[in-house]
Design a protein around this ligand. Structure first.
Ligand SMILES: C[S@@+](CC[C@H](N)C(=O)[O-])C[C@H]1O[C@@H](n2cnc3c(N)ncnc32)[C@H](O)[C@@H]1O
Length: 244
């Protein structure tokens, strides 16, 4: 386990470790010191600062001034350099220019854009030849399970019948593994890995992680073990793709 994925004593960090370990494991081998990393929709920079601490030159582009201010505070507190620029996917090429990144992180953003296919085409142009895209999206099947378990059966039924491209209210687009893979391929990417993220982490009561010694480490191990098993992909709250 890498240091940054090791569960800590703080409850919020324990839950974050269970949710992000699979993505971190996949991404950090692609972070070279001095590499140019773009985190589009990077928000308050939780992931960006971890990447910057590995020695990469990280730029976060996000439309939210509040998120960028929180990112600046976080980077200052941890004494890491992260460049923050206000912008969004529709104007990204004007901000960064083409062929400007070795690694692009697009985590939790494809859900909220109007046109996911156009967004991926833009990311393709921003990446340098041979560069890596880290794409994290919400998964549709798991959302049906989550709605049903919360007792929202009618919502679960509506979501069950939703087709590709249909929005789930404010949550936006949700994808199956086949849909997001096809979208990435249509934009010119070659998809190298697809992992399931948060297969169990969202279903486990927080109190269990707080009270049971060693529970978070065991959950992180379990998340890692199921992340690459295709039979568990439909249960994952998120799908993580690495593509070139
Ligand atoms: C769910 S948050 C994800 C934040 C971060 N990437 C993470 O994984 O924790 C979505 C982020 O996308 C940003 N966003 C919304 N619309 C966007 C757009 N059209 N282009 C780029 N980012 C956008 C939001 O401001 C927000 O910071």
């Amino acid at each position: 386990m890498t240091d940054s994925a090791r569960p800590t004593d703080r409850p919020s960090e324990r839950r974050a470790a269970a949710r992000t370990s699979v993505v971190w494991d996949a991404v950090h081998p692609h972070v070279a010191p001095g590499a140019d990393v773009l985190d589009i929709g990077g928000g308050t920079g939780g992931f960006a600062v971890r990447v910057a601490r590995l020695g990469a030159r990280v730029t976060v582009v996000d439309p939210s001034p509040d998120a960028l201010a929180a990112l600046a505070r976080r980077a200052r507190e941890l004494a890491v350099d992260v460049s923050a620029q206000q912008g969004d996917l529709s104007t990204l090429l004007e901000v960064t220019g083409p062929d400007s990144a070795d690694l692009v992180l697009c985590h939790g953003v494809l859900e909220v854009v109007d046109d996911p296919a156009a967004a991926l085409a833009t990311l393709r142009r921003v990446l340098r030849p041979g560069g890596v895209l880290s794409l994290l999206v919400a998964q549709r099947h798991a959302a049906v399970v989550a709605r049903a378990m919360a007792g929202h059966f009618a919502q679960a039924l509506t979501l069950l019948d939703a087709g590709p491209g249909e929005r789930d209210g404010r949550a936006g687009h949700r994808f199956t593994a086949d849909e997001v893979t096809a979208l990435a391929q249509a934009a010119g990417f070659s998809v190298e890995t697809v992992h399931g993220v948060r297969v169990f982490a969202d279903l486990v009561p927080g109190s269990l992680l707080d009270l049971e010694p060693g529970a978070t480490s065991a959950l992180v191990d379990l998340e890692r073990a199921v992340s690459s098993r295709p039979e568990y992909l439909p249960l994952a709250a998120q799908l993580h793709l690495l593509a070139r």
